[in-house]
Design a protein around this ligand. Structure first.
Ligand code: PMP
Length: 351
């Protein structure tokens, strides 16, 4: 009997939301943006000379890094770009979380964190959210090997104030603190201004939600130059060419069209605020969301049943069969029309 299996790294993988492909579906299950990317992105695609694909892309991704740096008014040496923020986060786990003391993250949060921790053999402790599904800064005042949390949190949508984030930073100068701002552009306050005071802060953002480009895979993080240089060293020791030529070209075009970005994120925030009233009227409760989704629970009907009934109508929302949250649905904010169709279906289902 051969025993090569003894040396396999066995992991329980992260399960992404499904990507069904039906003609008339309403897809509110993976927090994608219902609006297309900026027309400038389409233009960049049209203009792109296929001939250029002969060459390797610039391993430093300089055009994109420079554009992101100028947008956020930081130095290019403070920006690191990757293949979606999942790639940036995975690199950051590898680079910064090498202590034998457990890293900390909330018990209800992005379910990729424990997958990376397991994969890279990083010890971790899950810190329970309070009964209102909020992060309590006091819970992060204990010895640890690093801290990560999304702001707003996923899947709850709840925002942590900048003051609370600063409290966590003040208490933890000896570890890297990562704030995952995948959803920050829908009305929450970014931790970016805190970079001036805290050299151990890393802020991670993505094009997947607010810039309507989940299909292109662009994420980035901003931190002090030394943190970013360690991240680049790890990247170059893994795969130098993470950002391909088309990604670089479309990524630059998207961030330049700030008017479109503000208009579309503004429309989603407006739809979300209207939708909150509709959810309330139908008997749903939820934490106040600052993201492009709401995390709702119904007073009478089980989340799983609602999920299935919606699915039969080709409306896809996300259900997590997990302790503490198995009576909740995470529903992405779509266009006003999509949300109206959702509420019409919910009225039928709830009777
Ligand atoms: N962080 C959080 C909190 C998320 O919900 C997601 C989306 N699954 C990501 C990061 C990763 O997004 P992407 O890789 O598309 O940038």
């Amino acid at each position: 009997m051969s025993n090569w299996r003894d040396n396999v790294r066995k992991v329980v993988p992260y399960v992404p939301g499904e990507q069904p492909n039906q003609p008339s579906m309403i897809k509110l299950n993976t927090n994608e943006n219902p609006y297309p990317p900026s027309p400038e992105v389409q233009e960049a695609l049209k203009q792109f000379p296929a001939e250029r694909l002969r060459l390797y892309p610039d391993p430093t991704a300089a055009v994109l890094v420079n554009e992101i740096a100028s947008y956020y008014k930081v130095k290019p040496a403070q920006v690191f770009a990757g293949v979606g923020s999942d790639d940036v986060l995975a690199m950051a786990f590898m680079t910064f979380f090498n202590s034998e003391t457990p890293i900390l993250f909330p018990d209800i949060t992005y379910s990729f964190y424990d997958v990376w921790a397991e994969e890279f053999r990083i010890p971790y402790t899950r810190i329970p959210l309070d009964e209102n599904f909020c992060i309590q800064p006091d819970d992060y005042k204990r010895k640890n090997g690093g801290i990560i949390f999304p702001n707003p949190n996923a899947p709850t949508g709840a925002e942590l104030s900048q003051r609370a984030i600063e409290e966590i930073l003040q208490e933890n100068p000896d570890v890297v603190v990562i704030v995952d701002e995948a959803y920050v552009d829908f009305g929450a306050e970014s931790a970016l201004p805190l970079l001036e005071k805290y050299e151990n802060l890393l802020v991670v953002q993505t094009y997947s939600k607010s810039r309507s480009m989940a299909g292109m895979r662009i994420g980035y993080c901003i931190g002090n130059e030394e943190l970013i240089s360690y991240l680049n060293d790890v990247k170059y020791s893994f795969n130098s060419y993470t950002m391909d030529q088309l990604t670089l070209a479309t990524g630059v075009a998207a961030i330049r069209d700030d008017a479109y970005f503000k208009r579309t994120t503004g429309a989603i925030v407006e739809t979300r605020e209207w939708a909150k009233g509709e959810f309330r009227r139908l008997g749903f409760t939820f934490a106040d969301s600052k993201a492009n989704f709401v995390f709702v629970s119904h007073e009478r009907k089980a989340a799983k049943e609602i999920y299935q009934a919606l699915r039969e109508r080709h409306i896809y929302v996300r259900y997590f069969n997990k302790e503490r949250i198995d009576n909740y649905l995470r529903i992405t904010i779509g266009t006003r029309d999509e949300m109206e169709a959702l509420f019409a279906a919910l009225k039928e289902i709830l009777g």
